[in-house]
Design a protein around this ligand. Structure first.
Ligand code: GRF
Length: 198
């Protein structure tokens, strides 16, 4: 299954996906790494893995126009599934409808708790026993949509948002490749019609 990865920054999840592709035999192929931040470190990592990259700043463009560019680029590369990996921008509803059932995201909380930003600090403040991460299918609502995989991390008394983020991130790197692989296998078995064809 041809996967396009969308990033905005560090790209450690992209690295985990690319690493897994090298070591295991997943059902996905990363055919394009795209970013709305041309200076994102993740693009450098992508190049190191020999992956094709595309970057275009969203500044000065409407969300719909920018998403059209991304859409066209993914189609040009025959992308079938999109993996958001630290993509720090909301996607337009039109884009999400076109790619319905084909966009996955990883979020650093045990969804449906702590949608949005600053998840670890909020979980600590609430005195939670567990934090974690979730992979879900992207729908129009932020960090909503069917959850396909989760990993839990126990919160320790000495944890800060930083130490917790670090442990959760290690779990993200384990969870995302396996979840993407499983999702792609499922898609192969039960193909989805392409909503935005033509
Ligand atoms: C991760 O914590 C991910 O869960 C969230 O954004 C962060 C991206 O990190 N969506 P990286 O760019 O993959 O290192």
């Amino acid at each position: 299954v041809r996967v396009g990865v969308l990033i905005s920054g560090r790209g450690s999840n992209l690295e985990a996906l690319a690493d897994y592709k090298r070591k295991a035999d997943p059902a996905y192929d990363i055919v394009l790494v795209a970013s709305n931040v041309p200076e994102a470190r993740g693009l450098v990592l992508a190049c190191r893995f020999g992956l094709p990259v595309w970057a275009h700043s969203h500044k000065g463009m409407s969300r719909a126009d920018f998403d059209d560019l991304v859409d066209a680029e993914f189609r040009r590369h025959d992308v079938e599934v999109i993996a958001l990996a630290g993509y720090m921008r909301l996607l337009s509803p039109e884009f999400i409808v076109k790619w319905e059932g084909r966009i996955l995201n990883i979020h650093p909380s045990l969804l449906p708790d702590y949608k949005g930003l600053d998840t670890h600090r909020r979980a600590l403040m609430a005195g939670e026993e567990y934090a974690g991460c979730s992979v879900h299918v992207v729908t129009e609502e932020l960090d909503d949509g069917p959850i396909i995989a989760q990993a839990k991390v126990r919160i320790a008394a000495r944890d800060t948002a930083e130490t917790l983020a670090e442990r959760v991130l290690t779990e993200e790197h384990r969870l995302y490749p396996a979840a993407l692989d499983a999702y792609c296998r499922k898609l192969r078995q039960f193909p989805l019609p392409f909503r935005g064809e033509g």
